[in-house]
Design a protein around this ligand. Sequence first.
Ligand SMILES: [Zn+2]
Length: 425
Amino acid sequence: MKKVWNRIIVTSLFGLVIGSVFMASSEDELADIIVDQIDSVAVALAAVPEEPPVFRYGLEEDNFLIKDAKIGKNENLSIILRRFDVSHVDIDRIARKSTDVFNLRRIKQGKKYSVFYTEDSAKHVQYLVYQDNHIDYYVFDMRDTMNVYKGEKEVTVERKMVAGVINSSLYQTLADIGANVMLANEMSDMYAWTINFYKIQEGDKFKVIFEEKFVEGKSVGIGQIKSAVFEHQKREIYAIPFEQRGIPAFYDLQGNGLRRSFLMAPLKFSRISSRYSGRRFHPVQKRYKAHLGTDYAAPKGTPIMATADGTVTHAKYKKYNGNYVKIKHNSTYSTQYLHMHKIANGMKPGKRVRQGDIIGYVGSTGLATGPHVCYRFWKNGKQVDALKQNLPPSDPITDENKAAFDKVKEKIKEELDEIKYEEES
Ligand SMILES: [Zn+2]
């Protein structure tokens, strides 16, 4: 397009020179005018630099007509190519070329594709490009020998920082300040052990330094979180990254790991629908009864996580518990997760699980009114309130690493402290 434009400018300027010849009254005057005009041609040419060719999927756009579309309902490669009058024989050939590169049955409704064609006698398809995700695409080269190959768009990583004051939820606050809302997930992960996200309140603040990934100027996700500070109930909790024994983790200013030996809850996002109590009115049994667990309501199928490393001791169905899993973490602590819709594959007595592993999915099996997980916590063989336990932190920074940690800490704290919160209105 740009090249054509250049050509138009050059052509019209030469027209101007020729036109001047007929306007000049004497030869001298004519020479002057021509020199003037030629000068201006040179200036104009210099001012319109040649645009570099534009490539998409490695193909030079100027060489083709391009149709961009999305895969429609029940559409497949064959249907799309037939619309461009590609023969059945050629469709069959390209499909066979594709077998080792891309399974054509993976073409999904709603995904983007582009057809690069030339218009001679018929629409002549040169390439069809299927965009599998933000980064990966597949090129169906329809020219003579035919070929199918995978390409990847260039991902650029930008270092970013955001600061916000919470007025409703973390998610909403991020949306309000125009930050990527996926950060909510990352932050609740890194602070899962230290901040009870069910208790986040108005006025809590956060600053985060992180990497965001972009393809063609559009965000395709959050990269690494570099550091953060979260002010919860007037208490500032810094997250300083440090690698100890080859394991990268976040530590507070005192060098204590942000991770606890236990997660605060077995679900990521949910709400507490019933707390631990010695006595409550049971909604199904219609009588007063102790509730020796914490209920987290969540949609059916929500993954349930082991709150700490341990060994599965029970994974079965019982009349009141429904499908449940019980995990022994050490000689002091055990946890139990009730009413699962489904127990995760491979859970059986003796199975080792890591903190955060998915052990089942929220349901309402057994004695339950709606989908939730009843989370039960044992300490020294007695059921206790999980939310009231002062759980031990993970390993702190060791003495030998302290000097190195302090250096990192100072630099990062300074950087975080320089970020300003947006003026509260
Ligand atoms: Zn319960």
